[in-house]
Design a protein around this ligand. Structure first.
Ligand code: EPU
Length: 421
């Protein structure tokens, strides 16, 4: 298993190219099912999660090639509309083949996704949306069996849940609705940029979707979609992580291929903390020279502060000049990094869905364990700012969602060594 040996503290200084978005790429890869033929996606990052999605598409009959960020997905033949457990247990995003398969094949069997380190992640809203479109759904041996022999029918659907909108649930129902008869209106749709990117790609394929980026999506069903060439958006979570990397180390990073518009809530908090984020034509320059000021953060669906940057901001607030409160409103249990950051001399106390962060003057290197993707990123950032050599175990979590993170950070002055031990 790979580990990172990270020496700190360093002040990062340099330029980093942001990769294409993982969370935009995954549903757009599934969208290729809807358009028989060869879809070419550009800017798709080389990540473990993308490889899992390729494997999933391969099993249903598609052929997929990935070279230099270009992904070619040939969906001329889809002969096995089944999402198997051995894949779905590894990656929950596999669930978003359900909608496209039912729309194209009239049926699908997709394993219920496995448990997840960041907490309970039900799929009831995905199933509700598919039922509303007329699919018959039952569960058999841990598999969701969905059928719509006479096709799907458009309808007005409310897709909100106890924690607000659902990103992949919206993607699933949106994809299915493109080929449904009549008009579908999804209310309380997710507004995340990754959903808008999916809608843009589907529209290029010939779908008729309006309202992307708002909580009401209107989809007029069409009879077929055609394959396209499409470039996915830059990864706003990777960009946010590197802005925090510049800020926590008191350094300066220029980020390219980053859309600041997608990071409004994050930049708002960071500026309050004393970080300077200057826009550039293709991204931004992030830097910090003064002390880190405390700030309260509450995660929310977009355009609110993203849960996927909560752990990274916590690492930085651990070094603030005062106390902060971080409240998680999407995944109330997504706090595995708290104990690990405390091992590095942070002063964090969990109280229900919140963490009280009492700022300390310095973090001290320690052996720590990565538990999920974003928690691992937080540990890497903390280690770059901490005194001494931190060993981060189980970095396979970070490889799921950050493309060559150690190479990118090392080029800007970090001291990260990957070891297989
Ligand atoms: N929810 C339900 N029922 C459902 C679906 C979701 O109650 O059927 C709840 C969830 O439990 C959660 C909330 O709704 O409390 C939002 O979950 P959502 O469905 O939006 O999450 P997701 O679509 O499964 C995506 C990202 C996550 C990111 C969340 C929230 C992908 C592949 N994953 O997951 O990304 O945290 O949206 O923004 O797009 C990551 O990249 O590290 C990651 C976990």
């Amino acid at each position: 298993m790979d580990t990172f040996h990270i020496e700190g503290p360093v002040a990062l200084d340099g330029m980093i190219e942001i990769s294409g978005s993982k969370n935009a790429s995954l549903p757009i890869m599934a969208a290729a099912i809807l358009a028989p033929g060869v879809t070419t996606l550009r800017g798709v990052p080389s990540l473990a999660d993308i490889a899992v999605m390729r494997q999933l598409l391969g099993r249903i009959g598609a052929s997929v090639e990935h070279q230099n960020g270009d992904l070619q997905i040939d969906t001329t033949r889809i002969n096995n509309p089944v999402g198997e457990y051995d894949i779905l247990r590894k990656m929950r995003a596999g669930i978003c083949i359900l909608g496209p398969l039912v729309a194209r094949c009239g049926r699908a069997e997709v394993s219920m996704p496995g448990g997840c380190a960041i907490g309970d992640r039900p799929v009831d809203l995905h199933l509700h949306g598919m039922r509303e479109l007329g699919a018959k759904i039952h569960l058999r041996n841990g598999y969701i069996v969905a059928t719509a022999e006479n096709g799907l029918k458009g309808k007005r659907i409310f897709l909100g849940g106890p924690f607000g909108s659902t990103v992949l649930g919206t993607a699933n129902v949106l994809m299915a609705a493109t080929l449904a008869k009549g008009t579908t209106v999804i209310e309380s749709a997710a507004c995340e940029p990754e959903v808008t990117d999916l809608a843009n790609c589907l529209n290029l394929m010939g779908a008729r979707i309006s309202g992307a980026g708002s909580p009401r999506l209107t989809i007029e069903g069409v009879s077929s979609l055609k394959p396209v060439e499409y470039r996915v958006i830059g990864d706003r979570i990777e960009a946010g992580t590197f802005i925090v990397a510049a800020a926590i180390t008191g350094g300066r990073l220029r980020l390219r291929n980053c859309c600041l518009e997608h990071l409004l809530a994050v930049v708002d908090r960071l500026e309050r903390m004393g970080v300077i984020v200057e826009p550039t034509p293709d991204g931004c320059i992030a830097s910090r020279t003064g002390t880190i000021r405390p700030a309260d953060i509450t995660t929310q669906p977009y355009p609110g502060f993203p849960t996927d940057l909560q752990a990274q901001l916590m690492a930085m607030l651990a070094l603030a000049d005062g106390n902060s409160v971080i409240t998680e409103k999407i995944y109330p249990d997504r706090f595995m990094h708290v104990a690990e950051l405390n091992r590095m001399a942070a002063n964090l106390r969990k109280e229900g869905p919140s963490v009280i962060v009492a700022g300390v003057e310095k973090l001290i290197a320690a052996p720590v364990m990565a538990s999920d993707l974003r928690a691992s990123a937080a540990l890497v950032l903390a280690a770059a700012a901490a005194n001494g050599k931190t060993v981060v175990n189980r970095v396979y979590h970070i490889d799921r969602g950050y493309e060559r993170i150690e190479e990118k950070l090392n080029a800007a002055g970090a001291k990260i060594l990957r070891k297989n031990e």
